[in-house]
Design a protein around this ligand. Structure first.
Ligand SMILES: [Zn+2]
Ligand SMILES: [Zn+2]
Length: 175
């Protein structure tokens, strides 16, 4: 697993201390819900991924309506399969729509959008699965894997990721 720690991607500190949690029922999968450049998945464009995670964090820190403490997600996974640490293990995340939904599940965001790059790459599905397995092994996540739209009115995580989640989020098999 290619883990990129907060220090490695240049995270800002949280605005308020994050809330410690022991466990969750499982994990909800998200997408960016915004345009993502169609060519982001090219190998040479991985150099842009850390900057995109910094931009997501900056957006969330500036969002006074939601009053986020930090980037909302537990982890973010780029098209090259690298797993960027968001709030991380044993921290209450804020992406699932309301407090109870946030308590119920961790969140993993795939860096795909509602236009441009909309189809997750195989490396990305592997990376999302890496994040889910890490949350289960070290973060007390239970067995549930769902999409953001399961139980909340949203398009997120988009049809391709939702279809994958519905299949049980399997690792892609080499053809
Ligand atoms: Zn979402
Ligand atoms: Zn990348």
């Amino acid at each position: 697993m290619h883990l990129v720690t907060r220090a490695n991607w240049g995270a800002k500190p949280p605005r308020f201390p994050l809330v410690q949690i022991a466990s969750t029922r499982g994990v909800k999968v998200h997408y960016e819900g915004a345009p993502v450049p169609a060519d982001l998945a090219k190998p040479e464009n991985h150099s842009k991924c850390a900057g995109r995670v910094r931009a997501i964090q900056a957006d969330h820190l500036a969002n006074r309506k939601e009053n986020y403490s930090d980037i909302a997600y537990s982890f973010v996974v780029c098209p090259h399969g690298h797993v960027f640490e968001g709030r991380g293990l044993h921290k209450l995340q804020a992406a699932n729509g309301n407090h109870q939904l946030n308590v119920n599940h961790y969140s993993v965001c795939g860096m795909v959008g509602d236009s441009g790059l909309t189809q997750p790459t195989d490396a990305q599905l592997d990376g999302i699965r890496d994040a889910i397995d890490l949350l289960r092994e070290k973060g007390g996540a239970g067995a549930e894997i769902k999409g953001h739209r399961d139980g909340f009115a949203t398009m997120c995580p988009g049809d391709p990721l939702e279809a994958w989640v519905k299949k049980g989020a399997p690792r892609p098999v080499a053809a």
